[in-house]
Write a protein that binds this ligand. Structure first.
Ligand code: ACO
Length: 377
């Protein structure tokens, strides 16, 4: 049956899902029917992860068990750490994360995806271990010892502690936890779709997540938050914003952190992140990057808003991480630490009514060409 070709599958439904929903015209994002703003105000990242994976908010007992299970699986086998020690320290942390996650699949029994019990523990391990891998790599590449997770610290607090070996201010942990909530899930995006294609082959969840990490790397997807901070640093001062934007628009270059396939208004996550920036900067001192970003949003908006192009989630997230002293190339791995819960939720949903992804193509090449021997070409 012939179909219209939709480049990038724009607007083509690839699955039925009950995990999250986006209203791109009104700027709304819900996880399992609950608005992300409400989750940021009232939930925690780990509780949100439970909601995404299992479809409902946990009871107090369920949440306590979930927290305990995740906390109990944060450590890394020394062989995973040794494996990371063998990777080039100039390599991008997303590559190290992808390699380590793929390797996890060799240590844990994840291949039998028909076993609910196996799948539960795979999800626990992946949610628990990604932050430890990212923090371990951040230290190893500078020649520092890996810091083991501390069981008395919460999820976000522990991650920031493992990066720096000092306990973060409570506001930083709270803001970081909200950032994780905001990045946890976002319907049928490129990395989720990649993970689902892999999941549909009944590959193990470590491979599913490793392939999703690969897709998240690209600058048109998760990699944009790095580029935003680089762009803001390049601009350097509020006074230079207008000439920078004019030049970009004249050359028809894209401004990083702007635009979205679905949102035609300001991304609701960018709205919350901007509020978080303000809370953070009130307590921890102003950020020159934030001043430049606000001016950029205003100046770029004069040309782009009419086309439905507004800041997306990546526009403000990097500014928050930069203020916390997180290296710029760790921003996308931090995104992955959070998004793993969305990928896993889609993996579990996919397994329930699995059908192998095998789309069609429209052949645009030749037929019946003669083979010309090499000496006659
Ligand atoms: N800056 C300037 N113009 C833009 C931007 C931008 N950031 N984004 C889109 N446009 C313009 C395009 O030039 C194009 O204009 P035209 O119709 O006059 O040629 C029009 O808007 C449509 O652009 P497309 O790239 O076709 O739209 P698409 O839906 O494919 O783009 C995307 C979505 C890839 C996110 C795009 O907006 C972009 O490249 N943004 C910058 C990268 C970025 O911030 N990515 C993070 C996205 S959020 C996430 O993945 C977590």
């Amino acid at each position: 049956m012939p179909h219209d070709f939709m480049p990038g599958l724009a607007g083509v439904p690839a699955a039925k899902s009950a995990i999250s929903d986006v209203d791109g015209d009104r700027g709304l994002l819900e996880y399992r029917g609950i608005r992300v703003e409400e989750l940021c105000d009232r939930s925690s990242y780990l509780e949100t992860t439970y909601l995404l994976l299992f479809g409902r908010l946990p009871s107090p007992q369920q949440l306590a068990k979930w927290n305990e299970d995740v906390i109990g699986h944060r450590r890394l086998k020394y062989m995973i750490v040794d494996l990371m020690k063998c990777l080039p320290d100039q390599g991008h942390p997303m590559d190290a994360l992808q390699a380590a996650v793929a390797a996890l699949g060799m240590f844990y029994p994840g291949r039998h995806v028909k076993s609910e019990d196996n799948n539960y523990w795979s999800a626990v391990r992946l949610v628990a271990k990604l932050p430890t891998i990212v923090a371990a790599w951040a230290r190893l590449r500078h020649g520092d010892e890996v810091i083991v997770p501390r069981d008395d610290l919460g999820f976000s607090e522990n991650f920031l502690y493992m990066l720096t070996e000092s306990e973060p201010p409570p506001l930083w942990s709270a803001v970081f936890d909200d950032c994780l909530i905001l990045h946890a899930e976002h319907t049928m995006n490129a990395s989720t779709f990649t993970g689902m294609v892999t999941a549909s082959t009944l590959a193990d969840p470590y491979t599913v997540v490793a392939s999703a990490i690969g897709a998240l790397k690209g600058p048109l997807h998760g990699g944009a938050n790095e580029e935003v901070v680089q762009m803001l640093r390049d601009i350097g001062t509020v006074e230079r914003v207008r000439s920078y934007v004019d030049e970009k628009i004249r050359r028809k270059d894209k401004l990083m952190g702007f635009g979205h396939r679905v949102y035609k208004v300001k991304d609701p996550r960018a709205v919350v992140l901007q509020r978080l920036c303000e809370r953070l900067f009130q307590e921890s001192g102003p950020s020159p990057l934030y001043e430049i970003a606000m001016k950029l949003e205003q100046v770029a908006g004069e040309s782009l808003n009419a086309k439905g192009i507004y800041p997306n989630v990546d526009f403000y997230s990097g500014i928050v991480y930069d203020k916390m002293g997180i290296d710029i190339d760790l921003f996308t791995p931090v995104f992955a630490i959070s998004r793993v819960s969305g990928w896993l939720a889609h993996w579990l949903e996919q397994l329930r009514e699995n059908k192998l992804f095998r789309p069609d193509q429209i052949y645009a090449g030749d037929h019946n060409r003669p083979y010309i021997p090499i000496d006659q070409r």
